[in-house]
Design a protein around this ligand. Structure first.
Ligand code: ADP
Ligand code: TYD
Length: 208
């Protein structure tokens, strides 16, 4: 029996963790076994890599950054996500390889196909059944973060253009793979976004 792998994507402050938590509660209440993960930092090794890539002082070369995210991904998929899906469980995860294509590809301006290739190698081609993209104007995302915290990590601290490129790249990714992506407007209310997510996941579950 195979479970499901569902990922949430979008800019910083787009509501990924809010929606991942709501979906997780809904599925758990319906009797499913849910595993939550995130990248970077879904595993013990991943937590060390997360600290390094988000908070280390000093310059990290773009290719080094891409490889740290890929290492985190390799550990997360091999030791946590794939085993859970193979046990028939539902994995709900904040961010996955689309984040690397958008942030390291469009943001850092590395070649998108190469970044994707490194991620696919790291994850042994393991792809999500569904990816929910919460699309948000980068200025609004920044305002939400400003309200929620006082310190920014290395990626959040990038300039507005960087985040505009990330957003455009996400929209391209969703357009290229419409069957995998559910594209939602992140400025809709938390409850209406959650309802749209539930409707799509219910369809997916009924097709299993
Ligand atoms: P992410 O995980 O994508 O960074 P969060 O779920 O942490 O985003 O949400 C960032 C902030 O925006 C939080 O303060 C959260 O309460 C708020 N938020 C989340 N979803 C919405 C929404 N649909 N409308 C308005 N504010 C939201
Ligand atoms: P995250 O903890 O999801 O931050 P937030 O809750 O603010 O969205 O992710 C940390 C940062 O890492 C985020 O700015 C995006 C970045 N990131 C990449 O640049 N590449 C990647 O492959 C991943 C997974 C994340």
């Amino acid at each position: 029996m195979s479970g499901l792998f569902i990922t949430f994507e979008g800019g910083d402050g787009s509501g990924k963790s809010t929606q991942a938590q709501l979906l997780s509660t809904w599925l758990t209440d319906a009797g499913h076994t849910v595993v939550r993960s995130r990248e970077p930092g879904g595993t013990e090794l991943g937590l060390e890599l997360r600290e390094m890539v988000l908070h280390r002082r000093g310059h990290i070369a773009p290719r080094a950054e891409a490889l740290i995210y890929a290492a985190d991904r390799a550990q997360n998929i091999a030791t946590k996500v794939r085993p859970a899906v193979e046990r028939g469980e539902i994995v709900i995860q904040d961010r996955y390889l689309d984040s690397s294509v958008a942030y390291q590809g469009a943001g850092r301006v590395l070649d998108a196909d190469e970044v994707r290739g490194i991620s696919l190698w790291a994850a042994e081609e393991f792809m999500p059944d569904l990816t929910i993209l919460l699309d948000l104007d980068e200025t609004i995302g920044r305002e939400r973060l400003d309200e929620a915290r006082t310190k920014y990590d290395r990626l959040e601290a990038e300039e507005r253009d960087f985040h505009a490129r990330v957003r455009a790249s996400y929209l391209d990714l969703a357009a290229a793979e419409p069957a995998r992506f559910l594209l939602l407007n992140a400025t809709d209310s938390i409850e209406s976004i959650a309802a749209a997510v539930r409707a799509r996941v219910a369809t997916l579950l009924s097709s299993l």
